[in-house]
Write a protein that binds this ligand. Structure first.
Ligand code: MCA
Length: 526
């Protein structure tokens, strides 16, 4: 029977020349495909030596490095389940992930070893290793004695490969369970849809400029899988630094990023057509790309950004086309459903919307996850009887008015049915932050909102009601939150007010608050 482990597919596609460059780092190190294959075999050998049960979780919170990618590949090879965590998460958040995922293996940065050992102890995880950014830490030492070959553990398409935590509307994060088949099907579709296959078959050599974090769908799956299946070289930057990106762009052919990357590049005076001379594709996702960024980018670089749409639960759903003319990439839309992916827009009663009519976006296909980890009820709520996942996004197919030049199969997102803020490509659910603020001394209640921000697209802000006579200070609230939760979730501004606007039903009118404070970050970049 065919081994449907994603790594079996990657292995089958390894370039013929194993000495060819696979990853180049900003420190000037070059890893070959052989290095990647051998080192991930050693880590897989170590994981296998632990004799863990099927579906054992490997929970990882490390900085970006080639070895972090090898650890992910090793987990696939050993048939275990990879659980990556944002490096910004702090104690309170980590406790939840440990309790929920109950990992058998934990890998953290050397600096946080003690903290993780305590968390692991409490959660009953027996194996804690460390991995630093420069090949330091205990993991590589533990893996060193193992062979540089490892037979990839057989897995079926439906077997669990990874759990990705997404913020939850109720404040609790949910673990989206993605299978080997989910990951492989999406990677294979994108290989063709975004022209990697054509480039390869024409004898070209794609070079992917990889500046995304390695713990989300975007950087870990979409970007890395594309390069791994294409045999393309990756330039691996530890984070998005526009100056560094400008240095590597002339040698690159493809870049993927969130809109903030593109606005930051446009803020660099030296960003021009010459710098992009070898590029064939810029892709944007994870947050809405503003029309002005789309247009200005085209003017400055001569390239039309390809905007696509995805989620942790579904990986990629729709994309603007790569083939055709640049005019086929329509700004403000997220393009057409990817091959094999069914996307529909429906009314609240489940009936199909007409072209141009706004409704709820739902999706079904081999890319769609099987459910939330240990949350059968939540999973059941999010799927329709005929197997479509309710994305929580609101949109329409085709033009919503006669002036719009949008074909009927192009999807435009106009909002979300769930209360969600997307800041710099990271999702933040107000309910979670309100929970932390409301438990602070002197606070009666709070409303967390997203406001337009020139750098992050949207920024988190909070409006807080204090108890009469209590000395509640916005800056103090921010400082307390910074010590407790991931920095991107911390409100950039807090206003203390006497009460919140409510409708006749008593519900807080966040739209009025968003209106009142809409210009708060108008020219700010912090
Ligand atoms: C950093 N800060 C932020 C954010 N990132 N504030 C709001 N939103 C953010 N996203 C704050 C920090 O709290 C800190 O504040 C200050 O900015 C500097 O932090 P630093 O880490 O130096 O920031 P940075 O390196 O400039 O990072 C900004 C960034 C980064 C490059 C835009 O957030 C980023 O790489 N975002 C990409 C996210 C991503 O990969 N999303 C994909 C999710 P202070 O100084 O006050 O502490 S996957 C997904 O959504 C789906 C499936 C999909 O379709 O792709």
């Amino acid at each position: 029977m065919k081994n449907e482990n994603l790594y079996a597919l990657i292995e089958a596609r390894l370039p013929r020349d194993p000495a060819a460059a696979c990853i180049e780092t900003a420190d000037g190190l070059v890893y070959s495909w052989r290095d990647l294959h051998f080192a991930s075999a050693r880590i897989a050998g170590w994981l296998a030596s632990l004799n863990l049960p099927r579906d054992a979780r490997v929970l990882v919170q490390v900085e970006k490095s080639p070895e972090a990618l090898m650890l992910y590949l090793a987990t696939l090879r050993a048939g275990l389940v990879y659980v990556p965590l944002n490096t910004a998460y702090l104690q309170a958040e980590l406790e939840y992930f440990f309790g929920d995922a109950q990992p058998s293996v934990v890998v953290c940065t050397p600096a946080r070893e003690r903290e993780f050992a305590a968390l692991a102890g409490a959660a009953g995880s027996s194996h804690v290793q460390t991995l630093g950014e420069r090949r330091d830490g205990s993991l590589l030492e533990a893996a060193a004695p193992f062979a540089d070959s490892f037979p990839t553990v057989p897995r079926a398409a439906g077997d669990l490969a990874a759990i990705l935590y997404t913020s939850g509307t109720t404040g609790r994060s949910k673990g989206a369970m993605l299978s080997h088949g989910n990951l492989a099907s999406n990677a294979l579709v994108l290989d063709e849809f975004w022209g990697f296959k054509e480039e390869r078959e024409a004898g070209g050599h794609d070079v992917l400029l990889h500046a995304l974090p390695l713990f989300h769908v975007h950087g870990l799956f979409v970007a890395s899988h594309a390069a791994l299946l294409a045999g393309a070289q990756m330039i691996f930057l530890p984070k998005f630094d526009p100056k560094q990106v400008l240095r590597y762009l002339p040698r690159s052919t493809v870049m993927m990023g969130v809109p903030t990357y593109y606005t930051r590049l446009l803020a660099e005076p030296s960003f021009d057509r010459h710098v992009c001379r070898n590029m064939r594709l810029f892709i944007s996702g994870s947050a809405p790309l503003l029309a002005e960024t789309f247009e200005e980018f085209r003017r400055r670089s001569g390239h039309t950004i390809l905007e696509r749409y995805g989620m942790s639960e579904t990986i990629m759903l729709t994309s603007n086309p790569y083939f055709g003319t640049p005019r086929d990439r329509i700004g403000g839309t997220v393009g057409v459903p990817l091959p094999g992916v069914a996307v529909r827009v429906v009314r609240d009663d489940g009936s199909r919307c007409a072209t141009g009519e706004i409704g709820n976006v739902q999706v079904r296909g081999p890319n769609v996850f099987s459910g939330y980890w240990r949350m059968p009820e939540k999973t059941a709520e999010e799927f329709t009887a005929d197997g479509f996942f309710r994305t929580g996004d609101v949109g329409h197919f085709g033009p919503s008015n006669p002036e719009e030049r949008k074909p009927a199969n192009y999807l435009t997102l106009v909002g979300r049915s769930k209360d969600l803020i997307i800041s710099g490509g990271y999702n933040v659910y107000p309910k979670e932050i309100e929970g932390y603020i409301d438990e602070m001394a002197g606070v009666v209640e709070s409303a967390v909102i997203g406001l337009p921000h020139p750098d992050f697209g949207e920024a988190v802000a909070a409006v807080v009601v204090a108890q009469a006579g209590a000395a509640v200070d916005g800056d103090a609230i921010i400082a307390k939150l910074k010590a407790k939760i991931a920095n991107f979730k911390v409100p950039k501004r807090v206003w203390v007010v006497s009460d919140l606007p409510r409708n006749t039903m008593g519900k807080v009118q966040k739209n009025l608050l968003r209106e009142r404070y809409r210009d708060a970050f108008a020219r700010s970049t912090t």
